[in-house]
Design a protein around this ligand. Structure first.
Ligand code: FES
Length: 211
């Protein structure tokens, strides 16, 4: 049987570039894959004069393909403008890796989505989003679909962990069906905050737990 991975994939998997975390990043995102429940976190530093990615790092909690794609897209993105980096596609990443097995396409999509979300996070935090639509319960719900429930590897909406979403005078309240002292309560709150707080018209976010 032919080994499914190219030499380039294996090389990036064994020696991934830009692995780690950036302290005080300008933009960051944790992205979960609906296909497998794995996660990737991407951190960026942006040069505001040139609007380019000055530094980028990633942490993968996924498989070999995800690690290899994270490695290659961070290499491709470094030094690019935000708009150029946003346009890096999983196909481009996969080609740069010499191809990925079909079953592993979602792993490269996850890495690319992580990069795009980190850029979006930067743009939202810096008031650079051109189209400013009002935040509705549906907008919040869609964003929470990106927050993975660590207990199941599925998102917190699909697993019914989000019991209620309320928006009033710029305050978003999210009720999560997890006890306050649960081992994952803090991580879930952080992920929700990362997704909701940067929205342009959100003044305050309150994440409440059951009990
Ligand atoms: Fe989950 Fe590859 S199987 S990222």
């Amino acid at each position: 049987m032919r080994f499914p991975y190219s030499e380039t994939v294996l090389e990036h998997f064994r020696h991934p570039r830009n692995v780690g975390k950036i302290e005080n990043p300008d933009g960051k995102a944790t992205e979960g894959s609906p296909a497998c429940g794995d996660m990737v976190a991407v951190y960026i530093k942006v040069d505001p004069k040139t609007n380019t990615i000055a530094d980028i790092k990633f942490e993968s909690y996924g498989c070999a393909s995800n690690i290899a794609t994270g490695s290659i897209i961070t290499e491709l993105a470094k030094g690019k403008t935000l708009d150029e980096a946003k346009n890096i596609s999983w196909k481009e990443a996969s080609e740069a890796l010499g191809g990925l097995p079909k079953l592993k396409v979602h792993c490269s999509v996850l890495a690319v989505e992580g990069l795009r979300s980190a850029i979006q996070n930067y743009e939202e935090r810096h008031g650079l989003v051109k189209e400013q639509k009002p935040t509705t319960v549906e907008v919040v719900r869609q964003r929470l679909k990106k927050v993975i429930n660590p207990l199941t590897g599925l998102n917190v909406v699909r697993t019914n962990l989000v019991k209620d979403i309320e928006i009033k005078d710029g305050t978003v309240r999210v009720l999560v069906d997890v006890p306050q002292d649960h081992q994952f309560a803090h991580a879930i709150k952080e992920d929700i905050t990362e997704r909701i707080e940067p929205l342009w018209d959100v003044k305050k976010l309150v994440v409440e737990f059951t009990e």
